[in-house]
Ligand binder design. Structure first.
Ligand code: GDP
Ligand code: ZN
Length: 463
């Protein structure tokens, strides 16, 4: 059952700033209904059923009941609401003046301005969702790709939480078993049995955590995109390639205003892999008289890249600049695109380095040859197991979770190493307990106020 603490009533504009068809002022808390009643003329909101939307007017009780706006008011009663508290949503006309006046009015009549993420924080504090699910709400809002949206929704459903809770339970079971054996030291061989059992269980748990961490690389890419640089000297066909990727996929996603990050990034979805394109402005340096500037700029992009698409003009022999770029990308995962293969060829794969980190593809912007091959190579590079993951598979995408899983893994390694070196069980016990706590921080079963505040501050206001 949910135990709702009586926090003060908060309010915020939950729709993005600016002018729109409608805006929503949201309230949550035990006074939400009373505050709404004070400033609303229409049916008595105390008597309407929960989960109803009600037509009426917002009036200013302190200024002769003058009308502010014509509205629809949603009434959602605790506990089955987003926050587990009484929630009121005032759908008003979406002008800046109207929306702000209604917000001011609810604040004057007993509500407090919500902090960023505070509605979601309430859902956490009231026990409806755990910490990893709260973080999923933010990831869902910020998802830039369909894959990231799916991963966030999966986490919001609590699939990661279930896995973490199971692991913690397994640790508790081991600890309980150890306790029992320690309590009966007269039993012959208790110490050995305990050590053996602890070693076996700790190894099994460690392996599960390691498997979870294996999903992190993919998870991080799904969430943030694979940092990709398209480089090559002027006129080799970089823009043409970019246009093909962007237009054929029709999947550019730019950041939505109102979310916490406000950089304008370009994403393109290639075979299910979100590529985060680095410095697309730098691609258009074709008119630069000094070719070196383009090469220097490329170098900077290569530094940040997880993947480089190096474009070469196959209708010309390799130049010094080409060679410089080949050298600069030698350590990076790269796909070399031998472009303009519709023209007589002066450069072939045989002239290029062959190694594990390099794939070579012949392309042509004229015939569009090679696009499919490029997609296949990117998919193969990314989905190393060759299959797209199941929607219900748990994937770790969040840097905080990854770090905590790593810590728990390290604690288990210490347990295992210690036992194998003959350390007493009660020392190993401490590290096992650490692992239990570290896992608990993921779901927020163990949390501290400061961490919580930091987490929720990253949300936008009104969520
Ligand atoms: P960038 O400077 O590397 O961005 O090169 P662009 O994409 O702007 O292309 C430079 C010129 O080469 C343009 O006139 C393109 O139409 C042409 N071009 C690009 N790719 C190909 C190709 O595969 N075949 C041929 N024949 N021309 C191409
Ligand atoms: Zn260009």
């Amino acid at each position: 059952a949910l135990m709702t603490t009586d926090y003060d009533t908060i309010a915020a504009i939950s729709t993005p700033p600016g002018v729109g068809g409608i805006s929503i002022v949201r309230l949550s808390g035990s006074e939400a209904l009373n505050i709404a009643r004070r400033i609303y003329r229409g049916k008595d909101l105390a008597r309407v059923a929960t989960d109803t939307i009600n037509y009426g007017h917002i009036i200013d009780p302190q200024a002769d009941h003058r009308e502010i706006d014509e509205v629809m008011v949603s009434v959602m009663r605790a506990p089955k609401t987003y926050t587990c508290e009484d929630v009121i949503e005032i759908n008003c006309h979406g002008g800046l003046q109207v929306t702000n006046q209604i917000l001011q009015l609810v604040l004057r009549n007993g509500a407090r301005l919500a902090e960023p993420g505070e509605f979601t924080k309430r859902a956490f504090l009231n026990g409806r969702i755990d910490l990893s699910q709260s973080e999923a709400v933010m990831d869902l809002i910020e998802a830039k790709t369909d894959a990231a949206r799916k991963a966030a929704l999966n986490q919001l459903d609590g699939n990661l939480s279930v896995v973490i809770k199971k692991l913690r339970q397994e640790i508790v079971d081991v600890l309980a078993n150890v306790e029992v054996n320690i309590d009966y030291p007269e039993y012959d061989g208790a110490e050995e049995v305990t050590t053996q059992l602890m070693l076996e269980r700790a190894t099994a748990i460690k392996e599960k955590i390691a498997n979870l961490l294996k999903t992190a690389q993919q998870g991080k890419v799904l969430r943030d995109g694979l940092n990709t640089a398209i480089v090559g000297r002027p006129n080799v066909g970089k823009s043409s390639l970019l246009n093909r990727l962007l237009h054929e996929e029709k999947a550019i996603v730019t950041d939505v205003p109102g979310t916490t990050r406000d950089t304008l990034d370009e994403y393109v979805n290639v075979a299910g892999v979100p590529l985060h394109l680095i410095d697309t402005a730098g691609i258009h340096t074709t008119t630069d008289k000094v070719e070196q500037i383009g090469v220097d700029r490329s170098r900077a992009a290569i530094q940040q890249a997880d993947l480089v698409l190096l474009v070469l003009n196959a209708s010309e022999p390799l130049t010094d600049s080409d060679q410089e770029l080949l050298d600069a990308t030698a350590e990076t995962n790269r796909i070399i695109l031998l472009n303009k293969t519709d023209l007589p060829q002066q450069l072939t794969a045989a002239d290029l380095p062959q190694d594990e980190k390099t794939a070579i593809i012949k392309t042509s912007a004229v015939t569009t040859d090679g696009t499919q091959a490029l997609e296949n190579v990117i998919a193969k590079m990314f989905f190393t197991d060759g299959i797209t993951r199941n929607q219900t598979d748990v994937m770790v995408t969040n840097a905080r979770h990854i770090s905590l899983l790593q810590q728990a893994l390290d604690s288990l390694t210490t347990v295992i190493d210690g036992l194998q070196a003959g350390l007493p069980v009660d020392i190993a016990q401490i590290d096992l307990q650490n692992a239990w706590e570290q896992l608990g921080e993921i779901t927020g079963d163990n949390y501290d106020e400061e961490l919580m505040d930091q987490l929720f501050e990253q949300f936008c206001i009104g969520k």
